[in-house]
Design a protein around this ligand. Structure first.
Ligand code: ZN
Length: 177
């Protein structure tokens, strides 16, 4: 396989990173357990992907990603009201509870309960990091060319199950496509 030394489309990138939001750690990946993503395939937020374009192995970068290039701006319209009796187990719900709601087409949306009244349940479907500026400290660990099947699927296959392959035929032996 050809040696790759620069991040560009079609390259699988292995990263260690620390993500902080409002000064708090939100997520991290270490060199022992790195994040792998396929560059140019929208696996990661656009602002981070753009900042990594053209970078090389061993580089460390710090990047502040604004909401528009991260998980989007916060949208009040994304808060939906449900009749309390539409929601099973409404008695056990309180603000902060995560719930999944299925629409008429069978799509599942994850939301957070923001308010429970006698008659209504309010669910916020904004991404938990919507409206936030994301601070990434990233180290580029390694690069390789993507396999044809990875390009086809639009994600790397090294991390079992990480990209939730609905389109794969799983091999029971190793859980990969
Ligand atoms: Zn796949």
């Amino acid at each position: 396989m050809t040696q790759v030394d620069t991040i560009m489309d079609g390259i699988v990138v292995s990263l260690a990173y620390l993500l902080t939001v409002d000064g708090e750690e939100v997520d991290r990946a270490t060199a022992e357990s790195p994040l792998e993503y396929l560059h140019g395939a929208d696996n990661i937020v656009p602002g981070l992907e753009q900042a990594l374009e053209g970078r090389r192995v061993g580089e460390r970068i710090s990047v502040a990603v604004p909401p528009e290039q991260g998980y989007g701006t916060y949208d009040e319209e994304e808060i939906d009201e449900y009749d309390r009796d539409e929601i099973p187990d409404a008695d056990q719900l309180e603000p902060g509870t995560l719930i999944e709601v299925e629409d008429e087409n069978g799509f599942i949306y994850e939301g957070v309960i923001t308010e429970v009244t006698d008659s209504l349940v309010l669910v916020d479907f904004n991404h938990p990091l919507a409206g936030k500026t994301l601070h990434f400290d990233v180290e580029i660990l390694s690069l390789r060319e993507a396999e044809p099947e990875e390009l086809d699927h639009g994600h790397p296959h090294a991390l079992d199950g990480f990209y939730g392959d609905d389109d794969d035929d799983y091999d029971d032996e190793d859980g990969r496509a």
